[in-house]
Design a protein around this ligand. Structure first.
Ligand SMILES: *Cc1c(COP(=O)(O)O)cnc(C)c1O
Length: 359
C-alpha cells in the first residue's frame, strides 16, 4: 500500500538518547530544556528572530488570531486546509473568501481590495503547498488599509523567499509540524511573530496567560508542547537537508515521467527556494481525476484530494462566489511523495496514470 505521505522517522537510538535525558531529569513538559533547545536550533537553522513551539498548527493559527486581536471580517483563501477557515470562525470572526490564482493556487491579490469593508481586520493567506504568496502585493494592500497579515505557512518548512525564510513575513506566520508534513514533531506547530513584543504576548498566551507563577497578563490557553515532541524535532532537524534533497529528486522524477500526462503543475513563485513538500497535479476535468484516482486505488495507491472541497462551500460559512477555487479543488490531486518512496514505486504510479489516461 502506498499512502500520499509517510512520516520520516529518525534512527531510534537517537530518539532514545533524548528519552533517557527526560527520564533522568523528570521534566516532561512546560517549556523544558528540550523545547528550549529545539526553539534555539530551529531559529538558528533558518536565521529567524522569533519562534515559539506550540502543540499544533491549528492552535498556532488560533493564537495568532487572538494575539493580533482580530475581529469582524478576515479576508482569506478558500483553497487551503480546513484549519485556516475554522480558526477564523472559532475566534468569532467572519471569513471573507477571495478567489485564488489558477496557476499558483494562492489568494489572488488583485481581488483582495474589492472585498475590504469597514469591518475588515486582517488578511489570512496560505502559502499553498509551500509556494509563497504574492507577499509584496499583500503587504502593500495591508498597510494601505491598516490590516494585519497572518500567513498560514503550514507547508513552508525550509522555504526561502528572496533569500530569507518565508516564515519571517506577515505580522505572524504559523507552521505545522504534524506527522504528515515534510518536517514533523509527531504533533506540533509554531508561531513566528514579527516583533519581540508580540512574541512575549504569545509566550504568555500559550501558557494560560501566566505572567509570573501567581499573576496573569490576560486570557490564555494551553498551547505548550512536550519534551517528547521537542525530542522528535531535534532528531529530525539533523536530517532536513537529506530529506529535502531526496524530495527534490523524487519531485523532478515525477515531472519528467509525467511529461506526457495531460495535466498541469503548480506555478512556483520566482525568487523561491522551494521545499518540494507536495506533488499536486491538475487534471483537465474532475472526471479525468476520478478515473485516475480510482485506477490508483485499485492498485493500493492512495493519493489525496488536497484541497477538496473548496472552503467557501462549507456549511458554516456564508455562501460566497469563488469559481476559480471551486474549479481547481475539483481537479487537483496530490500524488504520494515521501522520503522512503522508491523509484520503482514512482514508475508504477506513473504507469498507472498514463494507462488510465489512454484507455
Ligand atoms: C496541516 C495544516 C494545518 C493544521 O496543522 P495541524 O498541526 O494539523 O493542526 C493548518 N493549515 C494548513 C494549510 C495545513 O496544511
Amino acid at each position: 500500500m502506498i499512502q500520499v505521505t509517510s512520516p520520516y522517522l529518525p534512527p531510534i537510538e537517537e530518539f532514545n538518547y533524548y528519552t533517557t535525558k527526560i527520564w533522568d531529569n523528570k521534566w516532561l513538559t512546560n517549556n523544558g530544556p528540550l523545547v528550549n533547545d529545539f526553539e534555539l536550533k530551529f531559529k538558528d537553522e533558518f536565521n529567524l528572530n522569533h519562534f515559539l513551539f506550540v502543540n499544533n498548527g491549528t492552535i498556532a493559527l488560533q493564537l495568532a488570531i487572538k494575539a493580533l486581536g482580530l475581529e469582524g471580517e478576515v479576508i482569506t483563501t478558500p483553497f487551503s486546509f480546513i484549519a485556516t477557515t475554522s480558526s477564523i470562525v472559532w475566534d468569532n470572526c467572519k471569513p471573507i473568501f477571495v478567489d485564488i490564482n489558477p496557476n499558483t493556487f494562492n489568494i489572488d491579490p488583485n481581488k483582495i481590495e474589492a472585498s475590504i469593508t469597514k469591518k475588515t481586520s486582517a488578511i489570512l493567506a496560505t502559502h499553498v503547498f509551500g509556494n509563497p504568496c504574492d507577499i509584496e502585493a499583500i503587504s502593500e494592500i495591508a498597510s494601505k488599509h491598516h490590516l494585519k497579515v497572518i500567513y498560514d505557512a503550514a507547508h513552508c518548512f525550509g522555504v526561502q523567499y528572496k533569500g530569507r525564510s518565508v516564515l519571517e513575513f506577515g505580522d505572524i506566520s504559523t507552521i505545522s509540524f504534524h506527522a504528515t508534513k515534510l518536517f514533523h514533531t509527531t504533533e506540533g506547530g509554531g508561531v513566528f511573530p514579527k516583533s519581540a513584543e508580540l512574541t512575549q504576548k504569545l509566550a504568555s498566551m500559550r501558557n494560560f496567560g501566566f505572567k509570573t507563577a501567581e499573576s496573569f497578563d490576560g486570557v490564555g490557553i494551553n498551547g505548550k508542547n512536550s519534551e517528547f515532541h521537542a525530542a522528535m524535532g531535534l532528531c529530525n532537524l539533523k536530517y532536513v537537508q537529506e530529506i529535502r534533497s531526496k524530495r527534490k529528486e523524487q519531485f523532478l522524477y515525477y515531472v519528467e515521467k509525467l511529461r506526457n500526462l495531460n495535466v498541469s503543475f503548480q506555478g512556483i513563485h520566482e525568487d523561491t527556494d522551494y521545499n518540494y513538500a507536495y506533488f499536486p497535479i491538475l487534471f483537465k476535468s474532475e472526471q479525468a481525476l476520478l478515473k485516475a484516482k480510482s485506477e490508483l486505488e485499485l492498485n493500493w495507491i492512495y493519493p489525496r484530494r488536497y484541497f477538496y472541497p473548496s472552503l467557501s462551500t462549507l456549511g458554516y460559512v456564508d455562501k460566497q462566489h469563488t469559481p476559480v477555487s471551486d474549479d481547481i479543488s475539483q481537479r487537483i490531486l496530490c500524488l504520494p511523495l515521501y522520503h522512503q518512496l522508491t523509484v520503482e514505486e514512482q514508475d508504477y504510479i506513473c504507469r498507472i496514470l498514463l494507462r488510465a489516461q489512454n484507455n
